[in-house]
Design a binder for this molecule. Structure first.
Ligand code: GLV
Ligand code: MN
Ligand code: MN
Length: 430
């Protein structure tokens, strides 16, 4: 439980971090964020991370894949890791990713103010790292969670180096332009060995918590999801002289495929979105020669995603290629139970100590599954992993209108701090 001085300190710390990060990569016209991996705004956000760590006296390590780790206590095996990402989707909101990083620094500020015996005081069993994963959104090179996939070895570094952005710039060249050596990419056993547990705080990306009247929830798992590229080929021709019967217009097949995606998603209880399309040559008075479109598909189970893709591959007549895949994830059940207990004690304090035995009337913390992808999902097979979600009153995300109330963000910080305090104590699992 925070006293009034600590509440004020956390509020100040949150506001300072938030206000300094907010202008970075925000598009003036849309108000959305365009922090694409290894772009100038992304580098600026990474500099912000270095600065936030330095002002707290937390040394930063950069792993082989460009993920940033700020250490409270010595980097060592079995540490407790928390954080998220700072990159964004095109015109993303301010909270998706940054809330987890900002909250992680604030949680450390709070634990230090509470003087409960953190790693640098030498009384805790485990160190804490704040991580900022590189390229979580995959907005530039098409593969989601690139930094954590490379770290864990589930993405082949040769394949990663050859990925290109919309301008044909390869990841290898983008890394070089940011002063990084692309030959370093790959599974990083030293960094992995230090992860004893990972807890990622994230804005909720739906609106379950508004109805449940709770500021914070615990993550249950992540739906399987992926990205598929559909290539429709046609024949370029004149818009004013080519008879309708003579056209080979690929936009028609694309349009039919969008409608089929909706129909099959409804039939199967899945989600299907064509959110990105490139039409060539993209002239008003020219019948297109090709349409390249990307499908994002998700469902509660993998068999349903497979059925959806198979139906759409057949219906579209397009060449279909999978570019990114994230299998179904269930977060560690015993860590989840532990987080629920600790968070319940903080959000509904029923006694003077969060570690005290829960009274029988203590309300439970909501446990939510999500269709959104996270680096936590990639780390789940490596170490006990969990997530905290902070209420999003409208549920809108991947949009400039994404929002969380400041009071809920601070409740999230308090919850995360209690979780870190519990986990660094070193008793039990996780
Ligand atoms: C990441 O936010 C995703 O779910 O695509
Ligand atoms: Mn996102
Ligand atoms: Mn995110």
């Amino acid at each position: 439980m925070m006293d009034s001085d600590q509440t004020a300190l956390v509020g100040r710390s949150f506001d300072n971090l938030w206000d300094s990060l907010l202008p970075i990569g925000r598009d003036q016209r849309t108000g959305g964020y365009r922090r694409f991996a290894w772009s100038a705004p992304d580098r600026e956000a990474r500099d912000w991370f270095h600065h936030a760590a330095a002002t707290r006296g937390l040394p930063v390590e950069v792993d082989r894949n460009g993920n940033l780790w700020a250490w409270w206590g010595d980097p060592r095996p079995d540490s407790v890791v928390t954080g998220s990402h700072l990159d964004s989707v095109p015109d993303g909101g301010p909270f998706d990713g940054p809330l987890g990083v900002v909250s992680a620094f604030c949680a450390i500020d709070l634990l230090r103010a509470q003087d409960t015996g953190g790693p640098s005081e030498g009384r805790a069993h485990r160190s804490v790292a704040v991580v900022c994963f590189a390229d979580e959104e995959g907005a530039r090179f098409g593969v989601a969670c690139m930094g954590s996939r490379l770290l864990t070895g589930v993405l082949d570094p040769h394949q990663a180096r050859r990925l290109t952005d919309a301008d044909g710039i390869s990841l290898a060249d983008a890394l070089r332009a940011s002063g990084r050596d692309p030959d370093q990419l790959g599974r990083d056993d030293e960094a992995l060995s230090r992860i004893g547990a990972y807890v990622e705080l994230h804005i909720e990306q739906g609106r379950a918590l508004a109805d449940l009247d709770s500021a914070v929830a615990i993550g249950e798992g992540i739906w399987p999801h992926g990205r598929w590229r559909f290539d429709f080929t046609g024949r370029a021709d004149h818009a004013g002289t080519t008879r309708l019967a003579d056209r080979h217009d690929p936009t028609l097949a694309y349009a039919r495929t969008i409608l089929a995606a909706r129909k099959h998603a409804e039939r199967l209880g899945a989600l299907a979105t064509f959110g990105k399309v490139v039409v060539e040559p993209n002239g008003t008075n020219a019948i297109p020669s090709s349409v390249r479109a990307w499908l994002d598909a998700r469902a509660p189970d993998e068999a349903t995603v497979e059925k959806l893709i198979s139906a759409l591959t057949t219906a579209s007549g397009a060449a279909v290629d999978r570019e990114s895949w994230s299998p179904e994830v269930e977060f560690d059940p015993s860590l989840r139970a532990r987080l629920a207990d600790v968070v319940a004690a903080v959000t509904q304090p029923a006694s003077s100590s969060p570690r005290a035995a829960p009274p029988p009337h203590r309300p439970t913390v909501p446990i939510l599954a999500t269709g959104a992808g996270h680096d936590a999902g990639i780390l789940a097979p490596i170490a006990p992993t969990g997530m905290l979600f902070v209420r999003n009153p409208t549920g809108v995300s991947h949009s400039p209108h994404e929002h969380a109330d400041r009071a809920d963000c601070l409740a999230g910080v308090a919850a995360l701090a209690a979780v870190l305090e519990d986990l660094v104590g070193g008793h039990g699992n996780g």
